[in-house]
Design a protein around this ligand. Sequence first.
Ligand SMILES: [Zn+2]
Length: 134
Amino acid sequence: MENQTQTTNHCAYCEKPLHGRSDMKFCNDHCRNTFNRYKRMAEKIAEHENTPEIFRIIKRNYEILKKAYPNPMKDNENGMIDSPLLKQKGFNPKFFTSVLIDAGGQPWHCVFEMGFITGDKSTLVKDFPQQAQP
Ligand SMILES: [Zn+2]
């Protein structure tokens, strides 16, 4: 299908009209390189601005798990928390600090020393003191 509004393309960087192939996006390499450099810079800045929010999420995840299990758990002890309740408290399982594979091959996501496995109904919690060490 033909797009009538696209008969004249403009450079994505300097916005000058482009004369040439219809798939052209830039007048020249200079415009392309500068555009891509700015784009990467903008992406980096966006990444940086998001960082504190991620720290907040991780801190909240840790506080929620710690509140449920404030005392260190014994070696083979598991805790269990209702998953919908965790979600309601603001727990976000997408963010954690490390992953540990236990002896049975089961991966645990850890927020510092607090490991968790999220299921639809319940979330398993386990203490892995060594996971808090860098
Ligand atoms: Zn240009």
